[in-house]
Design a protein around this ligand. Structure first.
Ligand SMILES: Cc1cc2nc3c(=O)[nH]c(=O)nc-3n(C[C@H](O)[C@H](O)[C@H](O)COP(=O)(O)OP(=O)(O)OC[C@H]3O[C@@H](n4cnc5c(N)ncnc54)[C@H](O)[C@@H]3O)c2cc1C
Length: 253
């Protein structure tokens, strides 16, 4: 997947609307998640970090709607999502287990003007912090950063349980270079030969693997509600201003 040049800063933001989507590809992203490619002919494009709502309608007319971040940040009608299954959830088990190429969905978007990164907005470094599926909008930002050749320094700290649970691992590895650094924290099991610690992120590890407050980074934090709240609290304790920390909570604990 590659991002194309995004709208310049100040350009009109695409307006949210309902769109008919056709699933064109379903592939396994992790043991519990799928990557969905949707063809949405009327899609106006989206900014990196935006999300949309997926609405499912049962044969009896019952409807359920959930939000999903957009992994692609491209103009045009291709939208990529990555959905992790929440056991006993109402919508995600359907999306991860039942959805097939050719199926139709209704989507509403693009949504979210706050949790977005726009190329060329300024030269402050950008620190991304993701837990699990929370990497989806941050991957969109990193991909947009790479595709636009924006010189801003980016760093992503990604917390996953095991190596196989990482989303977009090949794409993220391919983006690493002088202006994009990737740090991974394994909370349950690490790859063979891993020399670092295995276990939950703590404030010391967060400080060691993120851009210091003295460099005044913009920070984007995304994951489960508890993950986001814990990280945002620690970042402030490490000296970052609350106004510099943008958060997106996916729900759950
Ligand atoms: C802005 C936004 C963007 C999102 N983007 C993504 C995305 O890109 N990929 C993705 O997989 N999910 C994403 N989510 C989460 C998604 O909207 C759903 O909440 C999730 O798929 C669970 O829906 P469900 O119907 O299966 O579970 P529900 O039936 O809604 O909930 C079942 C149980 O699981 C708990 N729960 C709900 N959500 C979560 C969660 N995320 N983690 C753990 N427990 C949970 C509930 O509290 C409840 O107890 C996003 C959420 C928001 C608000």
């Amino acid at each position: 997947m590659s991002a194309q040049p995004l709208a310049p800063p100040g350009a009109a933001r695409p307006r949210a609307a309902w769109h008919a989507a056709t699933v064109t590809d379903v592939r396994r992203e992790t043991p519990t998640a799928v990557r969905l490619t949707l063809d949405v002919p009327t899609w106006p494009g989206s900014e990196a970090g935006a999300h949309l709502d997926v609405r499912l309608t049962a044969p009896d007319g019952y409807q359920a709607t959930r939000s999903y971040s957009i992994a692609s940040a491209t103009p045009g009608g291709v939208v990529v999502l990555a959905v992790d299954e929440v056991p006993d959830g109402e919508v995600s088990p359907f999306l991860t287990r039942e959805l097939r190429s050719g199926d139709q969905l209704e989507v509403h978007g693009p949504l979210g003007a706050f949790f977005v990164w726009r190329p060329g907005q300024d030269d402050r470094p950008v620190q991304l912090v993701a837990g699990g599926s929370g990497v989806v909008p941050l991957y969109a930002m990193a991909a947009a950063h790479g595709a636009t050749g924006d010189g801003t320094f980016f760093r992503l700290l990604y917390s996953v349980r095991r190596p196989e649970d990482a989303f977009f691992s090949d794409e993220l590895a391919a983006l690493t270079g002088p202006s994009f650094e990737l740090d991974v924290v394994y909370t349950r099991a690490a790859p063979e030969g891993w020399a670092g610690p295995v276990g939950r992120l703590d404030k010391g590890a967060l400080a060691a693997a993120t851009i210091p407050a003295s460099h005044r980074p913009r920070l984007y934090v995304c994951g489960s509600t508890r993950f986001v709240e814990t990280i945002a609290t620690w970042l402030q304790e490490l000296g970052h201003a609350a106004a510099d920390i943008r958060t997106e909570r996916f729900g759950g604990l």
